[in-house]
Design a protein around this ligand. Structure first.
Ligand code: FAD
Length: 360
Protein backbone atom coordinates (compact mmCIF):
# COMPACT_ATOMS: atom_id res chain seq x y z
CA UNK A 1 0.00 0.00 0.00
CA UNK A 2 2.68 2.44 1.01
CA UNK A 3 5.68 0.75 -0.51
CA UNK A 4 7.18 0.93 -4.00
CA UNK A 5 8.88 -2.11 -5.52
CA UNK A 6 12.32 -0.87 -4.44
CA UNK A 7 11.14 -0.66 -0.83
CA UNK A 8 11.06 3.15 -0.76
CA UNK A 9 7.93 4.83 0.60
CA UNK A 10 5.50 5.51 -2.25
CA UNK A 11 3.53 8.27 -0.63
CA UNK A 12 3.74 9.68 2.84
CA UNK A 13 0.83 8.29 4.86
CA UNK A 14 -1.32 11.05 6.30
CA UNK A 15 -0.51 12.22 9.84
CA UNK A 16 -2.73 10.75 12.53
CA UNK A 17 -3.30 11.70 16.14
CA UNK A 18 -2.25 8.35 17.59
CA UNK A 19 -0.18 5.44 16.28
CA UNK A 20 -0.25 2.16 18.17
CA UNK A 21 2.80 0.00 17.45
CA UNK A 22 1.88 -3.67 17.83
CA UNK A 23 -1.41 -5.44 17.15
CA UNK A 24 -1.29 -8.08 19.89
CA UNK A 25 -3.71 -8.07 22.82
CA UNK A 26 -2.26 -4.85 24.31
CA UNK A 27 -2.48 -2.97 21.01
CA UNK A 28 -6.04 -4.20 20.47
CA UNK A 29 -7.09 -3.18 23.99
CA UNK A 30 -5.70 0.29 23.29
CA UNK A 31 -7.49 0.28 19.92
CA UNK A 32 -10.81 -0.61 21.54
CA UNK A 33 -10.68 2.39 23.86
CA UNK A 34 -9.30 4.75 21.20
CA UNK A 35 -12.09 3.70 18.88
CA UNK A 36 -14.76 4.27 21.52
CA UNK A 37 -13.30 7.71 22.18
CA UNK A 38 -13.54 8.55 18.45
CA UNK A 39 -9.77 9.04 18.14
CA UNK A 40 -7.96 9.28 14.80
CA UNK A 41 -5.53 6.37 14.99
CA UNK A 42 -3.93 3.38 13.28
CA UNK A 43 -2.36 0.19 14.64
CA UNK A 44 0.82 -0.95 12.87
CA UNK A 45 1.59 -4.63 13.35
CA UNK A 46 4.59 -6.60 12.12
CA UNK A 47 2.71 -9.91 11.95
CA UNK A 48 1.02 -10.96 8.68
CA UNK A 49 -2.06 -12.12 10.64
CA UNK A 50 -3.80 -11.32 13.96
CA UNK A 51 -2.90 -12.96 17.28
CA UNK A 52 0.43 -11.39 18.32
CA UNK A 53 2.75 -13.70 20.20
CA UNK A 54 0.02 -16.30 20.78
CA UNK A 55 0.43 -17.35 17.16
CA UNK A 56 3.96 -18.54 17.98
CA UNK A 57 3.36 -20.29 21.31
CA UNK A 58 3.65 -24.07 21.52
CA UNK A 59 0.30 -25.72 20.79
CA UNK A 60 -0.24 -27.34 24.20
CA UNK A 61 0.30 -24.12 26.20
CA UNK A 62 -2.67 -23.51 28.50
CA UNK A 63 -3.72 -20.13 29.82
CA UNK A 64 -3.41 -19.86 33.58
CA UNK A 65 -7.01 -18.54 33.84
CA UNK A 66 -10.34 -19.71 32.45
CA UNK A 67 -11.68 -17.96 29.34
CA UNK A 68 -13.99 -15.50 31.10
CA UNK A 69 -10.99 -14.24 33.11
CA UNK A 70 -8.84 -13.88 30.00
CA UNK A 71 -10.94 -11.33 28.16
CA UNK A 72 -10.25 -7.97 26.60
CA UNK A 73 -12.68 -5.07 27.12
CA UNK A 74 -16.11 -5.37 25.55
CA UNK A 75 -16.11 -8.99 24.48
CA UNK A 76 -15.90 -12.04 26.71
CA UNK A 77 -13.61 -14.82 25.48
CA UNK A 78 -15.85 -17.81 24.74
CA UNK A 79 -15.09 -20.98 26.72
CA UNK A 80 -13.26 -23.67 24.70
CA UNK A 81 -15.64 -26.35 23.38
CA UNK A 82 -13.48 -29.07 24.95
CA UNK A 83 -13.60 -27.36 28.38
CA UNK A 84 -10.58 -26.54 30.54
CA UNK A 85 -8.30 -23.57 30.20
CA UNK A 86 -7.91 -22.13 26.66
CA UNK A 87 -4.89 -23.04 24.54
CA UNK A 88 -2.91 -20.66 22.31
CA UNK A 89 -4.97 -21.35 19.18
CA UNK A 90 -8.12 -20.42 21.09
CA UNK A 91 -6.57 -17.07 22.02
CA UNK A 92 -5.53 -16.44 18.40
CA UNK A 93 -9.12 -17.12 17.25
CA UNK A 94 -10.45 -14.77 19.95
CA UNK A 95 -8.06 -11.94 19.03
CA UNK A 96 -8.81 -12.41 15.32
CA UNK A 97 -12.52 -12.10 15.97
CA UNK A 98 -11.96 -9.18 18.35
CA UNK A 99 -10.12 -6.99 15.89
CA UNK A 100 -12.69 -7.70 13.15
CA UNK A 101 -15.71 -7.24 15.43
CA UNK A 102 -14.55 -3.78 16.50
CA UNK A 103 -13.19 -2.94 13.01
CA UNK A 104 -9.89 -1.90 14.50
CA UNK A 105 -7.68 -0.15 11.92
CA UNK A 106 -4.77 -2.59 11.98
CA UNK A 107 -2.31 -2.27 9.10
CA UNK A 108 -0.09 -5.31 8.60
CA UNK A 109 2.48 -6.46 8.02
CA UNK A 110 4.23 -3.21 8.92
CA UNK A 111 7.37 -3.32 11.02
CA UNK A 112 8.35 -0.14 12.85
CA UNK A 113 12.08 0.39 12.63
CA UNK A 114 12.46 3.62 14.58
CA UNK A 115 10.54 6.34 16.40
CA UNK A 116 12.08 9.81 16.37
CA UNK A 117 11.19 13.30 17.54
CA UNK A 118 10.22 15.57 14.67
CA UNK A 119 9.01 18.98 15.80
CA UNK A 120 5.55 18.71 17.32
CA UNK A 121 5.17 15.12 16.05
CA UNK A 122 6.74 11.77 16.56
CA UNK A 123 8.00 10.25 13.32
CA UNK A 124 7.40 6.52 12.99
CA UNK A 125 9.72 4.94 10.41
CA UNK A 126 8.58 1.60 9.06
CA UNK A 127 9.38 -0.85 6.29
CA UNK A 128 6.30 0.55 4.53
CA UNK A 129 6.81 4.27 4.80
CA UNK A 130 7.03 7.02 7.37
CA UNK A 131 4.08 7.97 9.55
CA UNK A 132 3.66 10.97 11.83
CA UNK A 133 1.59 11.14 14.99
CA UNK A 134 1.03 13.41 17.94
CA UNK A 135 1.07 10.43 20.32
CA UNK A 136 2.65 6.99 19.97
CA UNK A 137 1.67 3.94 22.00
CA UNK A 138 4.29 1.20 21.94
CA UNK A 139 2.71 -2.23 22.54
CA UNK A 140 5.24 -4.57 20.98
CA UNK A 141 5.33 -7.22 23.71
CA UNK A 142 8.27 -9.32 24.84
CA UNK A 143 8.08 -12.57 22.87
CA UNK A 144 10.47 -11.19 20.28
CA UNK A 145 13.30 -10.83 22.79
CA UNK A 146 13.85 -14.20 24.49
CA UNK A 147 16.22 -13.97 27.43
CA UNK A 148 18.88 -16.57 28.27
CA UNK A 149 21.05 -15.74 31.30
CA UNK A 150 24.78 -16.17 30.96
CA UNK A 151 26.35 -19.18 32.67
CA UNK A 152 30.03 -20.07 32.51
CA UNK A 153 30.62 -22.72 29.83
CA UNK A 154 27.41 -21.96 27.92
CA UNK A 155 29.31 -21.72 24.64
CA UNK A 156 30.99 -25.11 25.15
CA UNK A 157 27.83 -27.19 25.55
CA UNK A 158 27.81 -29.88 22.87
CA UNK A 159 24.07 -30.60 22.91
CA UNK A 160 21.06 -28.64 21.77
CA UNK A 161 19.89 -25.45 23.47
CA UNK A 162 16.57 -23.76 22.91
CA UNK A 163 14.43 -21.13 24.56
CA UNK A 164 10.73 -21.31 25.40
CA UNK A 165 10.13 -19.17 22.31
CA UNK A 166 11.47 -21.95 20.08
CA UNK A 167 9.73 -24.85 21.83
CA UNK A 168 7.02 -26.52 19.73
CA UNK A 169 6.18 -29.66 21.74
CA UNK A 170 7.74 -32.76 23.31
CA UNK A 171 7.94 -35.17 20.36
CA UNK A 172 11.42 -34.34 19.10
CA UNK A 173 12.83 -34.91 22.61
CA UNK A 174 11.56 -38.46 23.01
CA UNK A 175 14.13 -40.64 24.79
CA UNK A 176 16.56 -37.74 25.38
CA UNK A 177 17.98 -36.32 28.59
CA UNK A 178 16.52 -32.83 28.90
CA UNK A 179 17.36 -30.11 31.40
CA UNK A 180 14.59 -27.53 31.89
CA UNK A 181 15.75 -24.24 33.44
CA UNK A 182 13.40 -21.74 35.10
CA UNK A 183 10.78 -21.64 37.85
CA UNK A 184 7.70 -20.16 36.19
CA UNK A 185 4.58 -21.32 34.40
CA UNK A 186 6.32 -21.99 31.09
CA UNK A 187 8.96 -24.18 32.71
CA UNK A 188 6.38 -26.14 34.71
CA UNK A 189 4.10 -26.73 31.72
CA UNK A 190 6.96 -27.73 29.41
CA UNK A 191 8.51 -29.97 32.06
CA UNK A 192 5.12 -31.59 32.66
CA UNK A 193 4.86 -32.80 29.08
CA UNK A 194 8.56 -33.47 28.46
CA UNK A 195 8.70 -35.70 31.53
CA UNK A 196 6.29 -38.07 29.81
CA UNK A 197 8.67 -38.77 26.91
CA UNK A 198 12.15 -37.79 28.11
CA UNK A 199 14.42 -38.08 31.13
CA UNK A 200 14.08 -34.65 32.69
CA UNK A 201 15.98 -32.56 35.23
CA UNK A 202 14.58 -29.27 36.47
CA UNK A 203 16.82 -26.44 37.71
CA UNK A 204 15.38 -23.34 39.35
CA UNK A 205 16.88 -20.28 41.06
CA UNK A 206 14.69 -20.79 44.10
CA UNK A 207 12.39 -23.67 45.05
CA UNK A 208 9.38 -23.60 42.69
CA UNK A 209 6.19 -22.39 44.29
CA UNK A 210 3.01 -24.04 43.07
CA UNK A 211 -0.25 -22.27 43.76
CA UNK A 212 -2.87 -24.35 45.54
CA UNK A 213 -4.95 -26.36 43.05
CA UNK A 214 -8.04 -24.20 43.45
CA UNK A 215 -6.16 -20.95 42.80
CA UNK A 216 -5.49 -19.73 39.27
CA UNK A 217 -4.79 -16.55 37.31
CA UNK A 218 -7.93 -14.92 38.68
CA UNK A 219 -6.35 -14.75 42.12
CA UNK A 220 -3.14 -13.35 40.64
CA UNK A 221 -5.14 -10.63 38.90
CA UNK A 222 -7.00 -9.81 42.12
CA UNK A 223 -3.68 -9.61 43.90
CA UNK A 224 -2.31 -7.23 41.26
CA UNK A 225 -5.47 -5.14 41.70
CA UNK A 226 -4.99 -4.93 45.46
CA UNK A 227 -1.37 -3.92 44.96
CA UNK A 228 -2.42 -1.31 42.43
CA UNK A 229 -4.93 0.17 44.87
CA UNK A 230 -2.38 0.12 47.67
CA UNK A 231 0.12 1.96 45.47
CA UNK A 232 -2.52 4.56 44.55
CA UNK A 233 -3.27 5.03 48.25
CA UNK A 234 0.44 5.63 48.91
CA UNK A 235 0.86 2.31 50.75
CA UNK A 236 3.66 -0.19 50.31
CA UNK A 237 2.32 -2.47 47.57
CA UNK A 238 5.01 -5.07 48.29
CA UNK A 239 3.55 -5.56 51.77
CA UNK A 240 0.61 -7.34 50.17
CA UNK A 241 2.00 -10.86 50.10
CA UNK A 242 2.14 -13.05 47.03
CA UNK A 243 0.71 -16.50 46.48
CA UNK A 244 3.25 -18.40 44.44
CA UNK A 245 4.41 -18.50 40.86
CA UNK A 246 3.01 -21.55 39.13
CA UNK A 247 -0.64 -22.18 38.36
CA UNK A 248 -1.47 -25.86 38.76
CA UNK A 249 -3.18 -26.36 35.40
CA UNK A 250 -4.20 -29.97 34.68
CA UNK A 251 -0.90 -31.04 33.06
CA UNK A 252 1.13 -29.55 35.93
CA UNK A 253 -1.05 -31.22 38.57
CA UNK A 254 -0.62 -34.56 36.84
CA UNK A 255 3.17 -34.14 36.64
CA UNK A 256 3.27 -33.22 40.32
CA UNK A 257 1.24 -36.30 41.17
CA UNK A 258 3.67 -38.42 39.13
CA UNK A 259 6.49 -36.93 41.25
CA UNK A 260 8.08 -35.16 38.29
CA UNK A 261 8.14 -31.61 39.68
CA UNK A 262 11.17 -31.98 41.93
CA UNK A 263 13.62 -29.17 41.23
CA UNK A 264 17.38 -28.90 41.70
CA UNK A 265 19.01 -25.62 42.68
CA UNK A 266 20.68 -23.68 39.89
CA UNK A 267 23.90 -25.23 38.60
CA UNK A 268 27.10 -23.21 38.68
CA UNK A 269 28.45 -24.00 35.20
CA UNK A 270 27.70 -25.72 31.95
CA UNK A 271 30.04 -28.45 30.71
CA UNK A 272 30.36 -29.89 27.19
CA UNK A 273 27.94 -32.70 28.09
CA UNK A 274 25.75 -31.27 30.84
CA UNK A 275 25.86 -29.09 33.93
CA UNK A 276 27.77 -29.06 37.21
CA UNK A 277 26.89 -27.75 40.66
CA UNK A 278 29.22 -26.02 43.10
CA UNK A 279 29.30 -29.13 45.35
CA UNK A 280 30.86 -31.14 42.50
CA UNK A 281 27.74 -33.03 41.44
CA UNK A 282 26.88 -33.17 37.72
CA UNK A 283 24.00 -34.04 35.40
CA UNK A 284 24.51 -35.14 31.81
CA UNK A 285 22.01 -33.88 29.27
CA UNK A 286 21.40 -33.79 25.53
CA UNK A 287 19.17 -30.72 25.53
CA UNK A 288 18.82 -27.55 27.63
CA UNK A 289 15.45 -25.78 27.46
CA UNK A 290 15.78 -22.23 28.77
CA UNK A 291 12.43 -21.14 30.24
CA UNK A 292 14.03 -17.98 31.50
CA UNK A 293 11.70 -15.31 30.28
CA UNK A 294 11.68 -12.41 27.90
CA UNK A 295 12.65 -8.77 27.78
CA UNK A 296 10.59 -5.90 26.33
CA UNK A 297 10.97 -5.51 22.56
CA UNK A 298 11.89 -1.82 22.51
CA UNK A 299 14.63 -1.56 19.88
CA UNK A 300 12.49 0.75 17.74
CA UNK A 301 12.53 3.34 20.55
CA UNK A 302 16.34 3.57 20.71
CA UNK A 303 16.54 6.95 18.86
CA UNK A 304 14.48 8.53 21.66
CA UNK A 305 17.19 7.73 24.22
CA UNK A 306 14.76 7.01 27.03
CA UNK A 307 16.84 4.76 29.20
CA UNK A 308 17.96 6.12 32.55
CA UNK A 309 21.27 5.38 34.30
CA UNK A 310 20.16 1.88 35.41
CA UNK A 311 18.97 1.02 31.90
CA UNK A 312 15.26 1.28 32.79
CA UNK A 313 12.78 3.53 31.02
CA UNK A 314 11.10 5.79 33.58
CA UNK A 315 7.30 5.88 33.33
CA UNK A 316 4.44 7.60 35.08
CA UNK A 317 1.74 5.01 34.56
CA UNK A 318 2.20 4.24 30.86
CA UNK A 319 3.69 7.61 29.88
CA UNK A 320 7.45 7.82 29.29
CA UNK A 321 8.91 10.42 31.61
CA UNK A 322 11.52 11.50 29.08
CA UNK A 323 9.03 11.71 26.18
CA UNK A 324 5.47 12.53 27.24
CA UNK A 325 4.13 11.87 23.73
CA UNK A 326 5.06 8.20 24.11
CA UNK A 327 3.11 5.58 26.08
CA UNK A 328 4.26 2.02 26.77
CA UNK A 329 1.62 -0.64 27.23
CA UNK A 330 1.64 -4.30 28.17
CA UNK A 331 5.31 -4.97 28.96
CA UNK A 332 4.95 -5.78 32.65
CA UNK A 333 3.84 -4.30 35.94
CA UNK A 334 6.10 -1.30 35.29
CA UNK A 335 3.66 -0.25 32.54
CA UNK A 336 0.53 -0.94 34.64
CA UNK A 337 -0.30 -3.66 37.16
CA UNK A 338 -1.09 -6.95 35.37
CA UNK A 339 -1.03 -5.07 32.05
CA UNK A 340 0.94 -7.96 30.51
CA UNK A 341 -2.07 -10.26 30.88
CA UNK A 342 -5.19 -10.60 28.76
CA UNK A 343 -7.50 -9.44 31.52
CA UNK A 344 -5.19 -6.71 32.80
CA UNK A 345 -4.39 -5.06 29.45
CA UNK A 346 -7.86 -3.54 29.21
CA UNK A 347 -7.82 -1.73 32.52
CA UNK A 348 -4.48 -0.07 31.84
CA UNK A 349 -5.48 0.74 28.26
CA UNK A 350 -8.66 2.48 29.45
CA UNK A 351 -6.76 4.67 31.87
CA UNK A 352 -4.06 5.42 29.29
CA UNK A 353 -6.54 6.37 26.56
CA UNK A 354 -8.36 8.66 29.01
CA UNK A 355 -5.08 10.52 29.58
CA UNK A 356 -4.32 10.67 25.87
CA UNK A 357 -7.74 12.00 24.88
CA UNK A 358 -7.47 14.68 27.56
CA UNK A 359 -4.17 15.83 26.00
CA UNK A 360 -5.23 15.83 22.33
P1 FAD B 1 2.43 -9.57 21.74
O1 FAD B 1 1.40 -10.62 21.81
O2 FAD B 1 3.86 -9.98 21.59
O3 FAD B 1 2.02 -8.59 20.56
C1 FAD B 1 2.90 -7.59 20.12
C2 FAD B 1 2.68 -7.38 18.66
O4 FAD B 1 3.55 -6.32 18.24
C3 FAD B 1 3.04 -8.59 17.80
O5 FAD B 1 2.05 -8.81 16.84
C4 FAD B 1 4.38 -8.19 17.18
O6 FAD B 1 4.61 -8.75 15.94
C5 FAD B 1 4.22 -6.70 17.07
N1 FAD B 1 5.50 -5.99 16.99
C6 FAD B 1 6.60 -6.23 17.72
N2 FAD B 1 7.58 -5.35 17.35
C7 FAD B 1 7.04 -4.59 16.37
C8 FAD B 1 7.55 -3.52 15.58
N3 FAD B 1 8.79 -3.06 15.74
N4 FAD B 1 6.73 -2.96 14.66
C9 FAD B 1 5.46 -3.39 14.48
N5 FAD B 1 4.94 -4.41 15.22
C10 FAD B 1 5.72 -4.99 16.14
N6 FAD B 1 -1.14 -13.87 29.88
C11 FAD B 1 -2.38 -14.22 30.34
O7 FAD B 1 -3.22 -13.35 30.53
N7 FAD B 1 -2.67 -15.52 30.59
C12 FAD B 1 -1.77 -16.52 30.36
O8 FAD B 1 -2.06 -17.68 30.63
C13 FAD B 1 -0.47 -16.18 29.84
N8 FAD B 1 0.43 -17.14 29.56
C14 FAD B 1 1.61 -16.80 29.00
C15 FAD B 1 2.51 -17.80 28.64
C16 FAD B 1 3.72 -17.49 28.07
C17 FAD B 1 4.68 -18.60 27.67
C18 FAD B 1 4.06 -16.14 27.84
C19 FAD B 1 5.38 -15.78 27.23
C20 FAD B 1 3.18 -15.14 28.20
C21 FAD B 1 1.95 -15.44 28.77
N9 FAD B 1 1.03 -14.45 29.14
C22 FAD B 1 -0.20 -14.81 29.64
C23 FAD B 1 1.41 -13.02 29.09
C24 FAD B 1 0.83 -12.18 27.95
O9 FAD B 1 -0.57 -12.27 27.93
C25 FAD B 1 1.40 -12.54 26.56
O10 FAD B 1 2.81 -12.44 26.61
C26 FAD B 1 0.86 -11.64 25.44
O11 FAD B 1 1.23 -12.18 24.21
C27 FAD B 1 1.36 -10.21 25.51
O12 FAD B 1 0.60 -9.45 24.57
P2 FAD B 1 1.18 -8.11 23.92
O13 FAD B 1 0.10 -7.55 23.07
O14 FAD B 1 1.77 -7.25 24.96
O15 FAD B 1 2.42 -8.61 23.03
Amino acid sequence: MHEAADGAPKAAPRPVDVIVIGGGQAGLAAGYHLSRAGADFVILDAQPRPGGAWRHAWPSLRLFSPAQYSSLPGRMMPAPAAGGHPDAAHVVAYLTDYEQRYRLPVIRPVRVRAVRRSGASLQVETDAGIWRARIVISATGTWWRPYVPYHPGIGDFGGEQLHTAGYRGPESFRGKRVLVVGGGNSAAQILAELSQVAQTTWATLRPPRLLPDEVDGRALFELATRRHRAALAGQDAASIGDLGDIVAVASVRQARDRGMLKAEPMFSRITPDGVAWADGSTAACDVIVWCTGFRPALGHLAPLRLRGPGGAIGTDGTRALAEPRLHLLGYGDWTGPASATLIGAGRTARQMVGEIIARL
